[in-house]
Design a protein around this ligand. Structure first.
Ligand code: EPU
Length: 424
């Protein structure tokens, strides 16, 4: 097991390259199930979750290889293969809940799928009832047996889907299911996340007929067949926003390259409110500088275009030593406050009340040993360590490696005193 050792005190200075977005790349890779042939994906981040998705696809008879930094995916067709080529086992789903993203495309293309039922995780119960309800409305027969979702259909038919709540992977699953369905599918209360739009852009390149992505109503007209395509994954708005929080913690002057500035407005506005200087130089480049001490600001996490839940922990870390009191309300997941106990170990003054954390900025956090409980909580602890007095040891960093490509290396290049070492 490895840990990160962070000594505070260094400012962040220079340029950082933002990687491709994990949450865009995962559904993009899953959509290679929909058409036989060869795909080339560029700007795919080098992450544990991406490796898990490639292993999962391998099990479905879809191979991958690296060509330089690109990933070439080859789908030789699952038809005529044995039942295993429609199945995703527990060991993969337990590593990564987003494995459920293959349910929609598998059903659409091969008419059957057997996927281990995802359990809850550190941030909440995270049911998938909306995915299942929509697929049943499209004509799928779904059973849950021995911990597996067993789904099959004669064909999927287009229909109106009304999601009871906004779900990102639910929307992606149903878009992928409907591109090959008979007739038109209209998804109401759809997720508007930029990663959904990125998926629809690839699917359109493959020949799908989709309109309305980026709004709350997506219309998909099913087509007979799709062709493979090449695609560049969008930049990671959460990674880019995390670097802005790291800057707010450590101080300095940085330029983010390949950052999807247009999809970061709400985070940028919030950080401007705290006193950070941020200039969007063009669609992909952001310059940020910390001039004055950070002031407190309140946030409520919401589906896009609201403040992202995936930035809540990092923002809270910054607020824990800001001037004033900040109220941070989690509006997406019921249990996404596991980092609070760790921040308190570093001296933060935080009280939890229902779905909110009341964060009273303290003069100084102090470095100590802390444990990552999930990916974004881990990123939040790194941000906290950049501002805490002295040394922090951050444990269970495999969570961070699921979603941040070369995080410690990028911070080191900006001047942070951070290194990865074997835990004793
Ligand atoms: N929900 C249901 N039933 C469903 C689906 C969702 O009750 O069938 C609830 C969830 O429990 C949650 C809310 O609806 O309370 C929203 O969940 P959503 O389905 O949107 O989350 P997700 O699709 O499982 C994606 C990201 C998460 C991100 C959330 C919210 C991927 C692979 N994952 O998850 O990313 O936090 O959307 O934006 O895209 C991360 O990267 O660290 C991460 C957790």
């Amino acid at each position: 097991m490895e840990k990160l050792v962070v000594n505070s005190g260094n400012q962040l200075l220079g340029d950082v390259d933002i990687s491709g977005a994990k949450n865009a790349a995962l559904p993009l890779l899953a959509s290679s199930i929909l058409a036989e042939g060869e795909y080339c994906f560029s700007n795919v981040p080098d992450l544990l979750d991406i490796k898990t998705m490639l292993t999962l696809l391998e099990g479905l008879c879809i191979s991958s290889k690296f060509k330089g930094k690109d990933i070439i995916i080859k789908n030789d067709g699952q038809d005529g293969q044995d039942d295993k080529s429609h199945m995703v086992a527990y060991d993969l789903v337990k590593k990564m809940r987003a494995s459920i993203l293959v349910l929609g495309p598998l059903l659409a293309k091969t008419k059957k799928a057997k996927i281990s039922f995802p359990g809850g995780c550190a941030i909440g119960e995270r049911p998938i009832d909306q995915h299942v309800k929509a697929l049943i409305a499209m004509g799928a027969r779904i059973d849950v047996k021995h911990g597996y979702i067993e789904a099959n259909c004669d064909y999927l038919k287009g229909c109106d889907i009304n999601f009871d709540m906004i779900t990102v992977t639910g929307t992606e699953n149903i878009v992928m299911a409907s591109v090959l369905a008979k007739g038109e599918t209209v998804i109401y209360n759809a997720a508007q996340e930029p990663e959904v739009v990125d998926l629809c852009n690839l699917l359109r390149k493959m020949g799908a007929q989709i309109e309305g992505d980026g709004s709350n109503t997506i219309r998909v007209k099913g087509v007979e067949g799709l062709e493979p395509a090449s695609y560049r994954v969008m930049g990671d708005r959460i990674e880019a926003s995390t670097f802005l929080c790291a800057l707010a913690a450590a101080g300095g002057d940085i330029i983010l390259r390949n950052a999807p500035a247009g999809s970061m407005s709400v985070v940028i506005e919030k950080l401007l409110e705290t006193g950070l200087e941020i200039h969007v130089l063009d669609n992909n480049t952001i310059r940020a500088r910390k001039g004055i001490a950070v002031k407190s600001a309140d946030i409520v996490t919401q589906p896009y275009p609201g403040f992202p839940t995936d930035m809540q922990a990092q923002f809270m870390a910054v607020m824990s030593s800001a001037a004033g009191v900040s109220v941070i309300t989690e509006g997406i997941f019921e249990n996404r406050f596991m980092h609070v106990a760790e921040l308190k170990r570093m001296g933060a003054d935080i009280v939890l009340k229902d779905h909110s954390a009341i964060v009273k900025g303290v003069r100084n956090l102090t470095g100590t040993d802390v444990v990552c409980t999930d990916l974004r909580a881990g990123a939040g602890l790194v941000v906290a360590a950049l501002l805490a007095e002295g040394r922090s040891n951050i444990h269970s960093i495999y969570h961070i490696e699921r979603g941040y490509d070369s995080f410690d290396e990028k911070l080191r290049l900006l001047g942070a005193d951070i290194k990865k070492v074997e835990s004793e």
